[in-house]
Design a protein around this ligand. Structure first.
Ligand SMILES: NC(=O)c1ccc[n+]([C@@H]2O[C@H](COP(=O)([O-])OP(=O)(O)OC[C@H]3O[C@@H](n4cnc5c(N)ncnc54)[C@H](OP(=O)(O)O)[C@@H]3O)[C@@H](O)[C@H]2O)c1
Length: 266
């Protein structure tokens, strides 16, 4: 197809520039639409300090995404509980936290500020019996985020304890709203991308001229060298030292000016 590396580089540069333009001049990236980012958004909204004790139950794909965001936002105190310790350990290593098996959850004595629960279990993992043990008699309001379907937090604990409860269904409807918000920006995005597409042929043509002109300085230099060393060599050799130097200086001056002119026209 006759596409070379320079063409591909130009295409990539233009695509990157267009995406930056879209990102900074539309609201397409403003509101999160994934469950994991909405969950972390809730933690931020609740103004949990970076050293807040976060207990995470489950070490599957969803909690992996949540953990990456916790790391991004610099939450530094995460403890992971999972049925299999290997996966818990992998996740804990990634976020510089600690790992335990799920069976040791009831005997965890360090309390928590935020509990994130997300496993594939079909019944409650955080039960009426386990929750008070996790609380360690702390009285302050806790943030409990249950991302599991079906829920893994027994909802009856909400009656007896002070809990800011976030569940996956609520996040899903927020995700839908945010998606609709992004949808409204799509037309603007198309306009920006179309303007890049329209300008691309001219941009491409300019680049071809640039490439064609880029060989000119080398050619000018070669002509000068050839004139001095071949065409006028005998006459130049016959000149006295001072005149010879003057002629070479004049030739160098001409070369420099012509190269400068050819670069400026690029
Ligand atoms: N992916 C999403 O976009 C999304 C969004 C919202 C909600 N969810 C829900 O989140 C939950 C987990 O999804 P995922 O994508 O993270 O799944 P996943 O990658 O398959 O991970 C499942 C996790 O649950 C644990 N687990 C499975 N069965 C269990 C049981 N009976 N008791 C205790 N732990 C158990 C697994 O432990 P082991 O490592 O020991 O196997 C693993 O940590 C599901 O309820 C899903 O519907 C997912």
């Amino acid at each position: 197809m006759g596409i070379n590396n320079d063409d591909i580089r130009l295409l990539i540069d233009t695509a990157v520039q267009a995406s930056k333009d879209v990102y900074s001049n539309t609201k397409i990236g403003e509101k999160p639409v994934s469950i994991a980012s909405l969950a972390v958004q809730k933690i931020i909204e609740h103004q949990l300090p970076k050293k807040a004790r976060i207990v995470m139950v489950g070490a599957g794909q969803t909690n992996l995404l949540v953990s990456k965001l916790l790391l991004k936002y610099n939450y530094q105190n995460v403890t992971v509980f999972n049925r299999s310790i290997d996966k818990a350990q992998q996740l804990a290593d990634m976020i510089h936290g600690r790992a335990f098996t799920l069976s040791s959850l009831p005997s965890y004595e360090e309390g928590f500020d935020c509990l994130i629960v997300c496993t594939g279990a079909t019944e409650a993992v955080v039960t009426q019996a386990i929750y008070p043990m996790l609380l360690q008699e702390e009285q302050d309001r806790k943030l409990v985020i249950d991302l599991s379907i079906p829920n893994n937090v027994d909802k009856s604990i909400l009656k007896d304890h002070d809990i800011a409860y976030v569940e996956v269904e609520g996040l899903r409807s927020l995700a839908q709203q945010n998606l609709a918000f992004r949808q409204a920006e799509v037309e603007k995005v198309h306009e920006i991308l179309e303007s890049y597409l329209e300008r691309f042929p001219l941009h491409y043509q300019q680049r071809q001229i640039e490439i064609a002109l880029s060989t000119i300085p080398k050619e000018i230099k070669a002509i000068k060298e050839y004139a001095l060393n071949n065409v006028f060599q005998r006459e130049i050799d016959g000149l006295d030292e001072e005149t010879r130097k003057l002629v070479i200086r004049m030739m160098d001056y001409m070369e420099k000016k012509m190269c400068k002119y050819s670069n400026e026209s690029c």
